[in-house]
Design a protein around this ligand. Structure first.
Ligand code: HEC
Length: 187
């Protein structure tokens, strides 16, 4: 028992000395081990689920809501998450972890699953994710604006470049006279 404890303490000290000496490579180009990646994913999914499960999802099919989300998305998110017809950017290729490309995700047809996905998307957009480059948009946007982006992202699966362009340009037309000054960003 005593030897086991000594060994454990000795390895802990070794780990600390190794980390302090700079042995761990923090570079974004240095991928995690498979097991580390699985652990991070498990922690992330559990953390988001626990915090998102009690959210109330507003009606996501409202076209005006979706158009509002489209406008915000095209102004703030495509540099990392891309969109139909937008090629990988200099910023997006350097990210680690990589930002998911929503328009390449499969459409969720199951209604219950869609609601669960909407809740987790909302939570991540509002609060951001530590050590990933995903910002917390809740500091600059109200819940209504964030739900709009959620509604739009859920529509992005399988969207053609044509449909995307139409949606963005009609959203911009509708936005005329709509005061965006409280959002703290320009587009
Ligand atoms: C600077 C790059 C960057 C910008 C800008 C950005 N994101 Fe992200 N986002 C990320 C990264 C990286 C991840 C993945 C984090 C991970 O894998 O843990 C992510 C994750 C997400 C997720 C979670 C996806 C999932 O599978 O659960 C959502 C939703 C999301 N972003 C939405 C947005 C929206 C909406 C915007 C614009 C308002 C935005 N992001 C802007 C980098 C960015």
């Amino acid at each position: 028992m005593k030897t086991a404890l000594t060994l454990l303490l000795a390895s802990l000290v070794l780990v600390i000395v190794a980390l302090g000496s700079g042995a761990y490579n923090m570079a974004a180009t240095e991928k995690h081990w498979g097991i580390t990646e699985k652990i991070i994913e498990w922690v992330r999914v559990s953390s988001i689920e626990a915090r998102a499960k009690d959210l109330t999802v507003p009606p996501l099919e409202d076209p005006e809501f979706i158009a509002q989300g489209a406008e915000h998305y095209s102004a703030m998110c495509t540099i990392c998450h891309l969109a139909p017809s937008i090629k990988p950017t200099e910023l997006s290729v350097g990210l680690y972890p990589q930002a998911p490309v929503f328009h390449q995700r499969e459409t969720i047809t199951d209604q219950a699953k869609k609601l669960e996905q909407a809740k987790t998307y909302f939570w991540v957009i509002k609060n951001g994710l530590k050590m990933t480059a995903m910002p917390a948009w809740g500091l600059s946007h109200d819940d209504q604006a964030i739900w709009g982006m959620v509604a739009f992202i859920l529509k992005l699966s399988d969207m053609t470049p044509e449909q995307y362009k139409n949606l963005i340009s009609s959203a911009k037309d509708n936005a005329h006279g709509h005061d965006d000054s409280d959002h703290g960003h320009s587009h």
